[in-house]
Design a protein around this ligand. Structure first.
Ligand code: SF4
Length: 375
């Protein structure tokens, strides 16, 4: 059986493992991203390449060491550099002496027949029934993960026992990764959602957690090993985090709606229009539109995550100070690269959260809010 690998992005390895297995490949999941992954990727990639490209390269090399024979990578079009990722990574690996098949899967709206030819060539089980079944199972898992993570971010700031939500989340990921039947996926989700809802919450005080919108470049937002587990860190500081990107929503909007409904992001464009009138690639336009939304809906703050040299987020960063000033919404932009360290990120988060507490108190007529804080 052909051993296939793919780069990490958050917990998507769980549904992708299912997808590849059902289509007749043997998935080789790269080891979790570590300092070694970053060092391997950084050594091979051009210095000013986007940070996710470097991490992907590290993933590939570690997966090749584990026996991978084929690399699967998503393709893309648009003004940012993602469209070149596949070709650039293929070349970098070849120059470094790695001889491995590299398959770039473009979104179906660009070259549907080319995509179908590649699927037929590389995937042993490619009858329509097999493909539908594989996508169905993978989708159920991806949806289960997103539903669990959303609720986990609501519960974590209120949990009585420190770490209870995070531990349960890790158990849920492991359990979901091991089931392959529709019924088992559904019952695993139900059992773990019940357990999540059963976590003891802080009682006896009126709790008003700060509410923060987390947005920015997709890889930085979804990959906890690269964003230093920002959702967990903020949750444990007593902050409710609302993440703007979820895997299932991204697939639905960018791969499905964009074909059926070319104007699917009309509302986002309208929200961003006073500040940014053009699509700038990646999630740049979303960053502006959703910061506007956060300001209008009186969130306490916005955190933007961007990889070093990310063009769309750099453009957004130039516009955000005006949005922040006019809508009175505090924004913290964090740029991450191979030199970033957890202590530095944590310090900035703590300072930002302190400032938000102070500002909330001021808005509350000087009365201190009863907030939870563990730092
Ligand atoms: S969105 Fe940013 S980081 Fe991602 S490929 Fe485009 S430029 Fe690079």
């Amino acid at each position: 059986m052909l051993k296939a690998t793919f780069p990490h992005i958050g917990n998507s390895y769980i549904p992708i493992r299912t997808l590849l297995t059902e289509l007749g490949l043997e998935p080789v999941i790269p080891p979790p991203i570590s300092g070694r992954t970053v060092a391997l990727g950084t050594k091979l990639a051009p210095e000013f390449a986007c940070y996710p490209l470097k991490i992907n390269l590290g993933n590939y090399i570690e997966a090749i060491e584990a026996g991978a024979e084929l690399i699967l990578m998503a393709g893309g079009v648009g003004p940012c550099r993602f469209g070149y990722y596949g070709e650039q990574q293929r070349e970098v690996l070849r120059e470094a002496g790695y001889s491995i098949d590299f398959l770039v899967l473009e979104a179906p709206k660009t070259h549907p027949w080319e995509l179908w030819d590649k699927i037929k060539h590389y995937f042993p089980r490619h009858r329509p029934h097999d493909i539908i079944n594989a996508i169905h199972l993978a989708w159920l898992k991806a949806d289960a993960l997103d539903r669990f993570d959303r609720l986990a971010n609501q519960i974590r700031p209120l949990e009585q026992t420190f770490g209870a939500t995070t531990n349960l989340q890790a158990d849920f990921y492991r359990a979901l990764d091991q089931v392959y039947l529709v019924h088992d996926i559904q019952s695993t989700l139900k059992n773990y959602l019940d357990a999540l809802n059963g976590i003891h919450l802080k009682l006896g005080i009126t709790i008003t957690p700060l509410k923060i919108l987390l947005l920015g470049e997709i890889y930085m937002v979804l990959e906890p090993k690269v964003n230093f587990e920002i959702e967990r860190t903020l949750g444990e500081m007593g902050v409710t985090v609302e993440r703007t990107i979820y895997f299932t929503e991204w697939v639905r909007d960018h791969l499905l709606f964009s074909i059926i409904h070319p104007n699917w992001n009309k509302n986002l464009k309208l929200m961003a229009r006073p500040y940014l009138r053009n699509f700038v690639g990646g999630h740049g336009l979303e960053t502006i539109a959703l910061t506007v939304k956060a300001g209008v809906n009186r969130y306490h703050g916005v955190i933007e995550l961007a990889p070093f040299t990310c063009m769309p987020e750099i453009i957004a960063m130039q516009v955000l100070p005006r949005v922040s000033r006019e809508l009175e919404i505090p924004v913290l932009s964090i740029i991450i690269d191979e030199h970033s360290a957890e202590a530095g990120i944590d310090t900035r988060l703590e300072a930002f959260i302190d400032m938000l507490h102070y500002q909330s108190q001021k808005r509350n007529g000087g009365k201190p809010l009863e907030v939870i804080s563990r730092y």
